[in-house]
Design a protein around this ligand. Structure first.
Ligand SMILES: CC(C)(COP(=O)(O)OP(=O)(O)OC[C@H]1O[C@@H](n2cnc3c(N)ncnc32)[C@H](O)[C@@H]1OP(=O)(O)O)[C@@H](O)C(=O)NCCC(=O)NCCS
Length: 368
């Protein structure tokens, strides 16, 4: 028997598609008009699986404008052709097509009682990240699945950067630094004791509501003390995060810590460079084997407006790739989701800024 072929649907296949839809779904069926529109609509993608001259399956992928999200709206295989790998073939072809159209994530919803489809998605690396209750005509729950379909392919000679997950909610800075150190020193083994030690060296003591995360000065000092070259860039002089705390005694402590950092930096010969950095500067530094810890605001990631350190690992024409040390287990995240996470260049430019004063800061870590 010949191999199955997956290709875009043709207008002449409308009747066959409708017949397939009727055999595969009891409700929420796609209408003839809709199928026709999807075939004619260049933005969406309707692919069919053909074996011999029989149309045995289809997949419909929708693209939301101005996002990097693609969505499997529907996938179906004729009942007598199931279990032959056609579902998988359709999904993979759809991922290829979506990737070619610039999508970074593929999403989909599936009925909670549809284990065949859930297995198919899980086997292909999709993970559940949400639930919609009362989603279908018969009030069934929908499980939301997602897969990152765009992956960073390191250029030859690019430094591989090991990933380290932060252990506490306030050690994103130490975890980012530890990832940089792991990349620069192959013998280095990141451990929780080192993560806590780095935090104690680099914390501003207070920050926003809770106790402090780490500031750029402290992180630069900690890296320098461990034998690395550092360069600290920031667009503000004076103590940072002061407006993020309320009481005068907390503000005073932030000021004292800042003075201590400056004195220690002077002793170790670190002079901050004041000004904004550009993506071009990030690119140049990375191409010289340097790694930048960048402070971002999580506002554009999860709406929380928290200051957060990430490590930038690579940049290409479209994306800045970050290792984000924070993994939200409750949201079903896993380390794969946070490694070489692609963020569009212009979006990253907006992310890399914190607070009302627009603090922009990074710490380069490198070896001579
Ligand atoms: C879901 C569907 C598209 C799968 O198509 P398929 O061609 O049979 O799937 P494949 O042969 O490619 O199987 C791929 C994987 O899916 C899973 N799977 C498929 N059918 C399964 C079943 N009946 N029970 C459990 N797992 C199943 C398996 O993990 C399988 O991998 P494996 O064979 O390596 O274990 C098909 O069952 C279908 O059309 N169902 C009705 C429509 C539907 O529910 N669509 C999805 C919601 S929009």
């Amino acid at each position: 028997m010949s191999d199955p072929v997956v290709r875009p649907a043709r207008k002449s296949e409308l009747t066959a598609l409708l017949a397939l839809e009727a055999r595969c779904f009891e409700q929420d069926r796609i209408s003839r008009r809709s199928f026709q529109r999807f075939i004619e609509h260049p933005q969406d993608m309707l692919l069919v699986a053909e074996l011999g001259d029989r149309l045995l399956g289809y997949i419909l992928v929708l693209f939301r404008r101005n996002t990097r999200l693609a969505r499997v709206y529907s996938v179906a295989v004729a009942p007598d052709a199931r279990g032959l790998g056609l579902g998988r073939l359709l999904m993979l072809a759809a991922e290829d097509g979506a990737r070619d159209k610039g999508a970074v994530f593929m999403r989909l919803e599936v009925r909670a009682d549809n284990t065949a489809a859930q297995n198919l998605y899980q086997r292909l690396g999709y993970r559940q990240f949400g639930v919609f209750h009362d989603y279908y005509e018969d009030h069934q729950t929908a499980l939301r699945y997602q897969k990152r379909i765009h992956h960073y392919h390191p250029l030859t000679g690019a430094k591989a950067v090991p990933y380290y997950r932060q252990t506490t909610e306030f050690t994103c800075g130490p975890a980012s630094l530890m990832m940089a150190v792991s990349a620069l020193d192959p013998d280095y083994r990141p451990e929780i004791d080192e993560e806590l030690q780095l935090w104690r060296e680099a914390t501003t003591i207070f920050m926003t509501q809770g106790h402090g995360g780490c500031g750029p000065h402290g992180l630069a000092l900690a890296a320098k003390r461990r034998g690395f070259e550092v360069e600290l860039m920031l667009n503000q002089q004076g103590p940072l995060f002061v407006s993020s705390v309320r009481t005068p005694d907390k503000k005073l402590i932030l000021e004292r810590v800042h003075e201590q950092f400056l004195a220690q930096m002077a002793e170790l010969g670190i002079s901050p460079r004041y000004g904004n950095f550009s993506l071009e500067q990030l690119e140049q530094g990375l191409s010289r084997g340097r790694l930048p810890l960048v402070l971002i605001s999580t506002y554009h990631l999860d709406g929380r407006k928290a200051p957060h350190w990430v490590l930038v690992c690579a940049i290409d024409k479209e994306f800045v790739y970050i290792h984000d040390p924070d993994i939200d287990d409750d949201a079903g995240e896993s380390p794969v989701d946070k490694q070489y996470l692609p963020i569009e260049r212009s979006r990253f430019d907006r992310l890399a800024r914190y607070g009302q004063n627009g603090l922009r800061t990074l710490v380069w870590v490198y070896k001579n």
